[in-house]
Design a protein around this ligand. Sequence first.
Ligand code: ADP
Length: 284
Amino acid sequence: MFQVKDLSFRYPRNKQDTLRDLSFSINDGEIFGLLGPSGVGKSTTQKVMTKLLPDYRGEILFRNQDLKSYGRDFYQGIGVGFEMPVHFSKLTAQENLTFFKKLYRENADTDALLERVGLIKDKDKKVAEFSKGMKVRLNFVRALLNNPRVLFLDEPTMGLDPKNSRIIKDIIKEFRDQGGTVLLTTHLMNDVEELCDRVAFMANGQIEEIDTPKNLKLKYGARSLEIEYSENDQIQSASFNLDTFGRDPEFLQIIQNKTVLTIHSSETSLDDIFIRITGVETDE
Ligand code: ADP
């Protein structure tokens, strides 16, 4: 769907490039996560790829054609949900959606979407009266109102409670399962784990790693086996190398002679990987 080659970008007033030689591709029908600490350039990348920042260097192909060759028609097929929801606050939710629907040839059933995200009863309220979470949900509906094939989402569950966050994540997965392609940025590793088919980790304006969450865990995983057992009425624990524990005399001695309480392989979390690659805590 997208092939990005050596993409660099500098904001006009800045001395340094914000994006430096990014290369990645996004396949048709996948959810691709762009991850990294705040300020690393995730939103900038999304803005370049949605043609909002045209003065980039390098090459971006969209459906095998130079992104620069597309005119305004490009927007007919994409949906954009950026982090800061921008709505006309003096208009109702419905009036906002009706306004934006007119910009597109194809329209989705927004009542069905409003129902799904729990806003149908509020559709005739002015957006000024909406809570932050309601605005985020309305913003998400807006991203889908032209039946896009590609969705750009920047922190789509930011500020939502677990129930509403689940609804949004379910819709994103359904969108992908029906053939849609998603470029998602988030700092919530649980969302990444659940949604993303592949992820790119960014640090210092560059991409440091691209792979599936599963492969990254294998690559960065400690590959150890943790065992807890009781000995003289006390709980003891031991750790073994996952590749060699079957031949380890100490391990064999424990499982033959002690009462084993728990046994599990240690999984490196995406949070651990995020910190390893970017050097920054995820909740920054
Ligand atoms: P992220 O989405 O990863 O938090 P951004 O893409 O928003 O990061 O920002 C990347 C860097 O670009 C930051 O250092 C930010 O200050 C800078 N930046 C963002 N927008 C502008 C702008 N309009 N002009 C100048 N610098 C900007």
